[in-house]
Ligand binder design. Sequence first.
Ligand SMILES: [Zn+2]
Length: 188
Amino acid sequence: MRITVDHMSTSLPMDPADAMSPVSGSVMDRLVEANERYASQFTDPGMDARPVLKVAVVACMDARLDLHDALGLALGDCHTIRNAGGAVTDDVIRSLTISQRALGTRSVMLVHHTGCGLESLTEDFRHELEEEVGQRPPWAVEAFRDVDQDVRQSMQRVRTSPFLLHRDDVRGFVFDVSTGLLREIHRD
Ligand SMILES: [Zn+2]
């Protein structure tokens, strides 16, 4: 997730670039056209829904992080669960629980990254939202200052979840968006 500073300084404005898009559906049209080309080459791999590598990857939604390329993953290999920051929220635990108990995964890989937009946010973001829309969101922003510490906290949330079957093979990493390399974060 990448958030520019001037986007942040005014409270939650609409991005002017969005308002000025000549045709609001054009981006989506491009995606649908790309899908038509994709489907024309596609052959049913006949796969089971259970991930081949029995691994679930929890990662930030950042556009610079191409998980499949960066980790050498192929179609069908893993579950990917992504959100702002790659935070292990209750909803991520929900997905991991289903991943493990219904679809057979055993390992959890956490991928955060350098230059994450959440490093420039604070929980004030919620207060700004409340001021603007008259209601405070029920979720935490999950902002952080120290990415290594945030990865450790995320690993801890997975390891202490009572809902998961497999909590022994949990590893956390920081992806460097300028080198493409992962750096592993070890427990203290
Ligand atoms: Zn991010």
